[in-house]
Every structure is written in structure tokens, then in C-alpha cells.
Design a protein around this ligand. Structure first.
Ligand code: 2BA
Length: 108
């Protein structure tokens, strides 16, 4: 058994949940936010057999696209004082995916 933890863009989250549930994966969607951009994203938890992890990744790859985001740094971000806080483009990945071993699943 594996737990796939996938961090996806907010705008791709609904399509990602649909792409997984239509193939009968169990999915939990959490509202999260990235530490760098400090904007909302979504974290999907998918418990599945090890043999189906590749299918989860394939389905996420299909619906989660890479995009450029404009990041406007704020004064609280730890930059040296006096440094110009100029906006810059950041590439946000289609999905950041972690695959964890699951020792036990208990449903009560
Ligand atoms: P954020 O932390 O808001 O990061 C958004 C994007 O900003 C990242 O895209 C990356 O391109 C860039 N970025 C992040 N930290 C940076 C830094 N210190 N300097 C310059 N650029 C930086 P992704 O790598 O596609 O990550 C998208 C989201 O996935 C992240 O949002 C975060 O919520 C999550 N994530 C990424 N790597 C992670 C990790 N190792 N552990 C936990 N969550 C992670």
C-alpha cells in the first residue's frame, strides 16, 4: 500500500480529483498553501496499491500543467534591508508528488 501526496495548483485541483475518482481512486483534497508564494494550492491524498501509483502519476500529469506565476516579494520575507523588492516570475510545477509507504490501514 502507498500514500500518494500530490501538491497541485488550485486551478487544477478539481480536474485532478475528477481524473482520479473516475478511475475509482479514493482521494482526499486538503486546502493548503505554499511556503514560498504563500498562495493557496491543494494537496491530494491518494491511498492505493503500489501497482497503481504509476496510474495516479499519469493521470495527474495529464491535467496539471506547469505555469508561470508572478511573485511579489513582501518586506517580511527575510531579504536584506534596502534590497529592492522587485516582482519576478516563478515556474510552478504541474504537481509535486511524494510517494510514501503505508504500513497499515485501519477503518473503524
Ligand atoms: P510554493 O512553496 O509556494 O512554491 C511555488 C514555486 O516557487 C515552486 O514551484 C518553485 O518553482 C518556486 N520556489 C519555491 N521555493 C523557492 C525558493 N526558495 N526560491 C526560489 N523559488 C522557489 P514547485 O516546485 O512546483 O512547488 C509548488 C508547491 O509545491 C510549493 O508552493 C509547495 O506548496 C509544494 N512543494 C514543493 N516542494 C516541496 C517540498 N519539498 N516539500 C513540501 N512541499 C513542497
Amino acid at each position: 500500500m502507498r500514500l500518494v501526496v500530490a501538491i497541485v495548483h488550485d486551478e487544477d485541483a478539481a480536474a485532478a480529483v475528477d481524473a482520479l475518482t473516475e478511475a475509482r481512486f479514493g482521494v482526499t483534497r486538503l486546502a493548503t498553501s505554499g511556503g514560498f508564494l504563500r498562495k493557496g494550492n491543494a494537496t491530494l491524498l491518494v491511498g492505493t496499491d503500489a501497482s497503481r501509483v504509476a496510474e495516479v502519476v499519469r493521470r495527474l500529469t495529464r491535467v496539471c500543467r506547469t505555469r508561470e506565476e508572478l511573485h511579489v516579494p513582501s518586506a517580511g520575507e527575510g531579504l536584506p534591508s534596502g534590497m529592492l523588492l522587485a516582482p519576478f516570475e516563478v515556474q510552478v510545477g504541474g504537481a509535486t508528488i511524494f510517494v510514501l509507504d503505508v504500513r497499515e490501514v485501519v477503518r473503524v
